[in-house]
Structures are given as structure tokens and as C-alpha cells.
Ligand binder design. Structure first.
Ligand SMILES: [Zn+2]
Length: 304
């Protein structure tokens, strides 16, 4: 069976190298391998082979201003230019004008509707703490809205304890220290193995990593170099487990941020589009966030 694992990195653009771009000096070996032996910096040279595709794609969506997560992610996960639907970039949460698009056009629903049956199985691998499920405090993101719209279960603390979901920070430290929750400490390598095992059981698996955006905004006290070191460990462990004939690792982002630490805002830089594995040829025509969902659907349609 072939499967597609979508690693969504929030707030990672491809910017000019320099002292303010942590990818200049701190992107490790796994970043380099994934980009086809180059840094995640401009000039980001395209790479194309049967099992590896490297591109930069547009995240501005032909709309002025700084791209935001609400409209960027809604575009990424539907194939509809949601910045144009709203008339501006909007975020971080989904704009009410995009709810209908997210309900009807989201990637999970498109995959569930593929013929012939049985439709591809799908998963959202993130674990959410009990606080998230408290409706009064709930802040619905594009991804959680999308999952609810397509009846994709949100994984909880019991899934995390059972090794059937990943904490957003990859180790669970945030759950223990900031949320006072009793969850086991796990290594980044173990989280990568968990993600791979979830991906192996589903045709399409999504994992959302948003600390890249938080560090870009300086909302958490982690140095960009340290964050990239842990992310490199995660990527490296994932690469170790992947069999490109059966697994395809797909990586992209919704807008730039972390690659320019001279300020704490998003950027208009392009974002990476990386496919490592069998699905690479399906993404050659993608040029913007709006091109992602149609290519995911085309790739997985070919496996039914
Ligand atoms: Zn942001």
C-alpha cells in the first residue's frame, strides 16, 4: 500500500540567507537531504526526480499584505484561494466567509469521496489536551475545523499515552510543565516512529507542527537554532523510517516567518514544497498553496 504523510510546518518560508535567517546556519543534515543537498534559503533550486521533488511555491495568493494562517491554511487544505474569498489575508483562525469552503472542499472530504470505494483512510496525528475539548475555551483552528467537517477524529490524551498520537512539541514537555498533565516523556525519535506507524496505517496522514511559527513570533522562549536542531532530529528519524516506494513525505508551509528573525511578523517569502517518495511526480505543477490539495487528491486517486 502507498501512503502520503503530510508534515505541515507553520510559518516557514524560503528567504535570503543571512544573520537573521536561522536556516542559513542551523538547518541540519536532514533539512539538507530533503532539499536536495542545499539549504532552505534563496536561491532554492528546484529538484525533480521520480521519488523527490523540491520547489518553492507562492504563499501571497495574489493578495496584498502579509499572508496569515487562517486564509493560508484554508487555501492549503481546500485548493480554493481563500485569501481571495475573504478579500484579504486573515488569521490565525478561519474566517467565517471560508467556513463553507472548508466544509465542502477540504482535503479529507475529497479523499473520503474518492471512487471506487473503499475510500482512502485518513488521520490527523496531533494529540490535543483535555483543555482543548472544553468547548467554552475552544479555539478552533483551520486544521481542527477541517477535521470536524470531515469527521476525522481528534486524538486526545489517551491516544498520546498509548503512543497513538504526537504532542505538538514532539516530546510532551509542554503538556507536563505548562498544562500539568501526566503524560510520559518521549524522545523526538520515538515521536517520529509513532508518526510513521500512524502513517503506515492510513492512506493520508496529517501532522501539524506550529512551534516554527511561534518561535518566529518570539511567543515562546526557544532559540531558533535549538528549534531547528530538534526539528532536524525529527526529520532525520522520519527519513530513516521511510521507504520511498511506499511512503511519501510531503512538507510545506502556509507563509513565511521563522526565516526572517529581524522582526516578529510573517513574511511574503515563498514557502518550500518538498515531496520525498513515490508521490513526487504528482506535484510538479503546483505553484502556490492553492495547488496542494488537488495534487494530494490526484496522487491518492492513483493508488485506489
Ligand atoms: Zn503566525
Amino acid at each position: 500500500m502507498k501512503q502520503l504523510l503530510f508534515l505541515f510546518l507553520d510559518g516557514v518560508g524560503i528567504g535570503p540567507p543571512g544573520a537573521d535567517n536561522p536556516f542559513s546556519r542551523h538547518g541540519g543534515s536532514a533539512f539538507r537531504v530533503l532539499a536536495g543537498d542545499q539549504r532552505w534559503c534563496q536561491p532554492f533550486e528546484p529538484r525533480t526526480s521520480a521519488e523527490h521533488l523540491v520547489r518553492e511555491i507562492d504563499a501571497t495568493l495574489e493578495v496584498d499584505g502579509l499572508p496569515q494562517s487562517g486564509t493560508g491554511q484554508a487555501t492549503l487544505f481546500t485548493g480554493v484561494n481563500c485569501a481571495k474569498v475573504v478579500g484579504r489575508h486573515f488569521g490565525p483562525f478561519p474566517h467565517s466567509k471560508t467556513h463553507g469552503v472548508l466544509d465542502d472542499e477540504n482535503v479529507f472530504r475529497k479523499l473520503h469521496d474518492l471512487e471506487p470505494a473503499p475510500s482512502p483512510s485518513t488521520a490527523f496525528a496531533n494529540a490535543f489536551p483535555p483543555q482543548f475539548f472544553d468547548a467554552s475555551r475552544r479555539r478552533v483552528t483551520v486544521t481542527t475545523y477541517t477535521c470536524n467537517a470531515a469527521s476525522v477524529p481528534l486524538r486526545d490524551i489517551s491516544s498520546l499515552r498509548a503512543g497513538r498520537a504526537l504532542p505538538a512539541d514532539l516530546t510532551g514537555a509542554t503538556w507536563r510543565r505548562h498544562l500539568n498533565l501526566d503524560v510520559p516523556e518521549r524522545s523526538i525519535e520515538a515521536s517520529a516512529r509513532t508518526l510513521h506507524s500512524i502513517a503506515r496505517e492510513h492512506t493520508f496522514t496529517l501532522f501539524e507542527y506550529f512551534l516554527t511559527d511561534k518561535v518566529g513570533h518570539r511567543r515562546i522562549d526557544t532559540a531558533p537554532a535549538d528549534l531547528l536542531t530538534s526539528l532536524n532530529t525529527f526529520l532525520s528519524s522520519l527519513l530513516d523510517t521511510l521507504d520511498p516506494a511506499h511512503d511519501a513525505l510531503f512538507i510545506t508551509s502556509d507563509h513565511g516567518n521563522l526565516e526572517d528573525m529581524s522582526h516578529t511578523q510573517h513574511t511574503r517569502n515563498p514557502v518550500p514544497l518538498i515531496v520525498y517518495g513515490w508521490a513526487a511526480p504528482f506535484f510538479t505543477e503546483a505553484t502556490s498553496l492553492a495547488g496542494v490539495t488537488p495534487r494530494i487528491v490526484a496522487a491518492l486517486r492513483s493508488t485506489t
